[in-house]
Ligand binder design. Structure first.
Ligand code: SAH
Ligand code: SF4
Length: 452
């Protein structure tokens, strides 16, 4: 969501005549878009702001701004705490970023804009991004009405509001006309898209499936309680919907799920998994897990391991619990010691990573379909993803180009990716080691970021 918000602000500023500058030192305006989901992400913002103090002292005309969830959470306090900061804006002020920055530049004012829009359930936010990568994110709603006790999102992104199906489909068509082949719809609790407007996510997926030229549809993030039968059954019946779903379970223990206010049990979660696999037997499931929630015992944690072992996820984002100011869980007490959190995280990772390694091995000597997302500068390697969201590095190019969907024969795998050759071109004789060095230096910045 932040990637999408950053792209949006960049487009708005470009339209005002601002140009992007790769070198921080040379920029007249430095805008930091931020995340406050865990304390660590906030600390990073504060330390970056500290590093920028010298630049501002050297050139007082330089404008330094903070947008996003840290801006929303800290508001005026951030402006007071960081004297060299000029502007703080929350997620709902994104569309005004151009005017706000101009005000600071022209009038030298220090500003805070961190109020939520309070209008009804529907909101409009047509896509303003000019470029169209092969795979694009598209935010279709904002906010969240669940108040999971650990989570800061409802406090920094406000209540749920949805864009209309028509507006979103217009965006999809525009992106496709410029070359996009895959869209990932974004929402914090995307299953309840359309709440209060009479529209549903399954309707949007059906409408997107009809868009000519669009090849792949994905959406994120689902909530296990709100993932309805209509959505589950679409995995077997909607041709462009990728066989992949991110379905966070957070914790395996019913006691902890209750304390988290997740509104489902382990049994219900596993039932949804069963229904998904019935609708689409090879669906790739990914998840989020929090270890060390207040009061989590070894026995509770073993329930998390049990779910991991049972479901066999294709990928998992696993986090140590981080208390967030203003959330209910921050007052629960009974904190799990850091060392225990670390040990549990390592054990959970070990289970998941060894499963993924085994799953990836099964791809060896098979042919997968890859949407080419990026190529290295010398056009010797390229990377992309399969419909199941597996990252694939390809070592020969032929007539493949960014945006094409091609068949790739997988010859090697590890825990993080598959590697192979485009079947439409002669195999090249590349050593994996040098290939990987090339990959690291040329792709790291250009590939679609992974979730979160
Ligand atoms: N709306 C999504 C994701 C929200 S944030 C959902 O409901 O799943 C992304 C992930 O960050 C969450 O799934 C959760 O695993 C993690 N997270 C959120 N708050 C956290 C906290 N206080 N400490 C550690 N991890 C957290
Ligand atoms: Fe946070 Fe997701 Fe729960 Fe909403 S549903 S409160 S975004 S974890």
């Amino acid at each position: 969501m932040n990637v999408y918000d950053s792209d949006r602000m960049q487009a708005i500023l470009n339209a005002k005549g601002f140009r992007s500058e790769a070198e921080l030192r040379k920029a007249d305006v430095i805008l930091i878009n931020t995340c406050s989901i865990r304390d660590k992400s906030e600390q990073k913002v504060l330390s970056l702001l500290g590093e920028l103090k010298g630049l501002k002292q050297k050139d007082p005309k330089k404008v330094i701004a903070v947008s996003g969830c840290v801006g929303q959470r800290m508001g005026r306090t951030l402006l007071q705490r960081v004297p060299h900061l000029d502007l703080v804006l929350g997620p709902d002020a994104i569309d005004r970023v151009g005017d706000l920055i101009e005000n600071v530049v022209n009038r030298g004012e220090r500003l805070v804009e961190a109020k939520f829009d309070e209008d009804g359930r529907s909101y409009s936010q047509p896509c303003v991004v000019n470029r169209a990568k092969p795979s694009e994110f598209l935010t279709i709603m904002k906010g969240c009405d669940h108040f999971c006790t650990y989570c800061i999102v409802p406090f920094v992104r406000g209540r749920e509001k949805s864009r209309s199906v028509d507006e979103i489909i217009t965006d999809v068509k525009n992106l496709v006309s410029k070359g996009t082949k895959e869209v990932t719809f974004l929402g914090q609790n995307i299953n309840t898209y359309g709440k209060g407007t009479g529209q549903k996510l399954s309707q949007l997926i059906e409408a997107a499936n009809e868009v000519e030229g669009l090849e792949r549809i994905r959406y994120v993030t689902s909530h296990p309680r709100d993932l309805g039968e209509d959505l589950i059954n679409q995995f077997g019946s909607i041709s462009k919907l990728c066989p992949a779903l991110h379905l966070p379970f957070q914790a395996g223990s019913d006691r902890i799920l209750k304390a988290m206010s997740r509104l489902y049990t382990q049994e219900l979660y596993l039932k949804k998994v069963e229904l998904l696999r019935k609708a689409c037997p090879d669906i790739a499931l990914s998840t989020d897990v929090i270890v060390g929630f207040p009061g989590e015992t070894e026995k509770d944690f073993e329930e998390t391991l049990k779910v991991l072992a049972n479901v066999k996820f294709s990928s998992a984002f696993m986090f140590k619990y981080s208390p967030r100011p203003g959330t209910k869980a921050a007052d629960f007490g009974d904190e799990v010691p850091e060392i225990v959190k670390e040990e549990r995280l390592a054990r959970a990772q070990q289970v998941v990573y060894s499963q993924i390694e085994k799953e990836n091995l099964k791809y060896r000597n098979t042919v997968v379909s890859v949407l080419v997302e990026s190529m290295d500068k010398k056009k010797k390697f390229f990377s992309g993803r399969t419909p199941h969201s597996k990252l694939v590095h390809v070592m020969n190019v032929g007539d493949a180009s960014v945006g094409k969907i091609i068949d790739v024969e997988i010859t090697d795998t590890n825990v993080s990716c598959l590697k192979g050759f485009y079947v439409g071109a002669p195999k090249t004789n590349i050593q994996f080691n040098s290939f990987e060095r090339g990959i690291e230096s040329s792709f790291s910045a250009s590939l679609s970021p992974t979730l979160h």
